[in-house]
Ligand binder design. Structure first.
Ligand code: FES
Ligand code: FES
Length: 214
């Protein structure tokens, strides 16, 4: 498959230690980074210099989420996930593993899917973010959401926002993916309830393909 920014399954060898080390140096190490997924470098939100005796630095970040501008002062250790959920109350993006393994926290940043738990908020400074809250327009669900309902493509629903953001991004870039392309495009999202056949059928329906998720 062409490199369209889709996530790949976690690569071997990534450790939380490595991630934290990456955070400490301002670079995010992640499974997705190896795939170019998190290719966004810090855009330069300047942290406030810590004064003597202070352990925590903060920075002001400004970003656009679902077309709306947000600005917040954040601790430099805050993840994009927590910025969205805790500062902006956009809780549709789910927090599950917080280790870049499940994809529940997937959002679209500057046209590429990212694990928001693996990015620092300061790295999203100036970015355009799309979250699940932005899919429906004018009270009408996005086609991806409608097909998930039609195909019963969830059980507990915790993985659903992440899957839907990944599928939306896939279809934006490839409106008629094959089943293999759909499976590859959604490979960075895990469903513990095993709703994959229904998810794939929803995706195939959107792609105009035949049912065949099983
Ligand atoms: S919560 Fe981010 S990948 Fe699982
Ligand atoms: S529907 Fe429960 S994890 Fe996917």
């Amino acid at each position: 498959m062409s490199d369209n920014g889709r996530k790949s399954p976690p690569a071997a060898g990534l450790s939380r230690r490595g991630f934290l080390k990456g955070m400490g140096t301002g670079l995010v190490g992640s499974t997705a980074l190896a795939d170019g997924l998190l290719g966004q470098q810090a855009s330069g939100a300047a942290p406030k210099a810590a004064s003597r005796g202070q352990d925590i630095e903060s920075a002001v970040v400004s970003l656009t989420v679902n077309g709306k501008k947000y600005t917040a002062e954040v601790e430099t250790r805050l993840t994009l996930l927590d910025l969205l959920r805790e500062k902006f109350q956009l809780t549709g993006t789910k927090s599950v593993c917080r280790m870049g393994e499940c994809g529940a926290c997937t959002v679209i940043m500057n046209g590429r899917t990212v694990y928001s738990c693996m990015l620092l908020a300061i790295e999203a400074d100036g970015a355009k973010i799309e979250t699940i809250e932005g899919l429906a327009k004018d009270g009408k669900l996005h086609p991806v959401q409608e097909k998930f309902i039609e195909h019963d493509a969830y059980q507990c629903g915790f993985c659903t926002p992440g899957f839907e953001m990944s599928l939306k991004d896939l279809l934006d870039k490839n409106p008629n993916p094959s089943l293999d392309e759909i499976k590859h495009g959604l490979a960075g999202n895990l469903c513990r309830c095993g709703a994959y056949p229904h998810i794939f059928n929803a995706a195939l329906d959107l792609a105009g393909g035949k049912k065949g998720g099983r």
